[in-house]
Design a protein around this ligand. Structure first.
Ligand SMILES: [Zn+2]
Length: 496
């Protein structure tokens, strides 16, 4: 009897590896022994991240205990699901406690407005379901900002990514992009090296480090799974544990900051996480111009989806609820959006500057970027008969914009009514000036063709009058076999 192999992490990995390779068309006739001798399999196990290896070892432990036998309706191990549930509860409790203590401590020392927090937002191209009933998000853009109540957003790390879309996901990626951020996945300026991005993020967060621990990154509940998927990619690229960059809920931070502010102002009411969530979804500053990244600045109607704009708007929302009660003066451009001057006298100047800018506007790095009309420049130049120089000339042939001041028109005396112009009769075209042909007459063309034959008149035999005709049927047959009058064929009723 062959000795039964005890499950270990590597054995489970080999089984997964075999399944994956067999789906690609390979076969392992030598069984698990052949998989074990496969150099590619060994290399993959050696270069596997610490987290992934630990996951395989944990699964192996479960198998040894026999706990893996119990499965949920979706085929997951009951123990694993329970453990994950407990882990989430524990994580939420730790997060609450930590944020509460940071805010309480800062209030104690009176320096809450100076405390720095980091916000993160990520856009994605498409999602992909994983084997453990979770979703992976393929990142498109992300932005991390450093924020304090006193100085607002002080610095930002923004990154646009490029990626290869897996077969079968192109449609979803196109739809997500078109409906939201409009980023193409093959943008030349995009970055695809996660290790570079992870190093940049480490550098960005370095000043806020507590010992060897990086400061927490706050994000809204809605996009938390996308941010966590991005963080996973970044940590895997450095082969460090996922917990290197910890992701907390922005709603919880907002709640404690608002409650602290209200407490300082002597308000007894309390602000709940649900209210914070609602305020962030409401996004009162969603149409604030000038907050987006360089790419989204050039694409009309996309600024509200830009990651850079979103992290700045979160800061405005939090300042709006907290600064005043904490005695922080609200400054435009720091705690509030910049003021937009809408002076009437400057209107025409603004319009001319604007039209000038539109005329000379050129989107940098246009390869593959779709314009507002959905057609890329590359495609247009290939298909259109108009050359670049002609297009530029057409834009430069500006038309002046006339500004009508309706306010002034309302105050001016009513204008004299203009006399009604005399009706103008336009003669019909020549071909319609010939009188129409009378009824029962023969056309001119017909006469010409027939060498002007005598005019034919119809008689009674050709068109008999009504009232003498007989219908079809046996009852109307005549006795003397006389022929029927030529009344035409029909199924009329005899009237006589
Ligand atoms: Zn952007």
């Amino acid at each position: 009897m062959p000795k039964k192999t005890k499950p270990n992490g590597f054995l489970l990995f080999m089984m997964d590896y075999r399944k994956r390779e067999e789906r690609k068309g390979r076969s392992f006739r030598g069984g698990i022994q052949e998989v074990q001798n496969d150099p590619q399999c060994n290399q993959e196990w050696q270069s596997m991240s610490v987290d992934k290896k630990a996951e395989y070892n944990r699964r192996a432990k479960d198998c040894k205990k026999g706990g893996a036998g119990k499965k949920t309706g979706t085929g997951e191990s009951m123990d694993a699901v329970e453990r994950e549930k407990m882990r989430k509860v524990e994580f939420a409790q730790n997060m609450n406690d930590e944020i509460e203590s940071i805010v309480a401590m800062a209030m104690e020392f009176g320096n809450l407005p100076l405390i720095k927090f980091n916000f993160i937002h990520s856009n994605w191209f498409h999602t992909r379901s994983l084997e453990n009933n979770e979703f992976d998000y393929i990142p498109a853009e992300f932005a991390v900002s450093e924020f304090s109540l006193k100085d607002g957003v002080t610095k930002i790390y923004h990154q646009i990514l490029k990626t290869e879309i897996r077969c079968g996901y192109t449609r979803e990626a196109m739809e997500t992009s078109q409906e939201t951020h409009q980023l193409p996945w093959n943008l030349q300026c995009g970055e695809d090296r996660f290790e570079v991005m992870a190093e940049n993020l480490k550098e960005f967060l370095k000043p806020g480090m507590d010992g060897n621990k990086y400061p927490a990154l706050y994000t809204s509940r809605q996009i938390s799974p996308a941010v966590k998927a991005l963080i996973k990619r970044l940590t895997h690229s450095l082969n460090v544990p996922n917990e290197t960059f910890i992701v907390y809920e922005l709603e919880v931070l907002f709640k404690y900051l608002r409650n602290a502010a209200m407490q300082k102002a002597g308000v007894v009411d309390s602000f709940h996480t649900v209210m914070a969530e609602y305020e962030l979804i409401k996004d009162a500053f969603s149409f604030t111009p000038g907050l987006d990244c360089d790419f989204h600045k050039n694409l009309d109607g996309t600024s509200q989806f830009c990651s850079m704009s979103i992290v700045k708007r979160w800061a405005f929302t939090i300042c709006d609820y907290c600064c005043e009660n904490l005695g922080v003066e609200m400054l435009h451009g720091v705690h509030l959006p910049l003021k937009i001057h809408s002076d009437q006298s400057n209107m025409s100047d603004t319009m001319s500057v604007l039209s000038e800018k539109i005329n000379v506007m050129q989107i940098q790095d246009t390869i593959g970027i779709k314009s507002m009309t959905g057609v890329s420049k590359e495609y247009r130049t290939r298909v259109s008969e108009r050359t670049d120089a002609e297009e530029q000339k057409r834009r430069n042939d500006k038309r002046t914009v006339t500004v009508v001041k309706y306010g002034d028109l309302a105050n001016s005396p009513p204008a004299e009514p203009e006399p009604e112009p005399a009706p103008v009769t336009v003669p019909p075209p020549k071909e319609y000036q010939i009188p129409l042909r009378r009824p029962h007459s023969i056309s001119h063309a017909h006469i010409a063709g027939k060498q002007k034959e005598d005019e034919h008149t119809y008689n009674e035999s050709e068109f008999p009058s009504l009232g003498v005709s007989v219908g079809r049927g046996n009852g109307a047959r005549r006795k003397d076999n006389e022929p029927r009058p030529g009344a035409g064929r029909g199924r009329g009723i005899a009237l006589s």
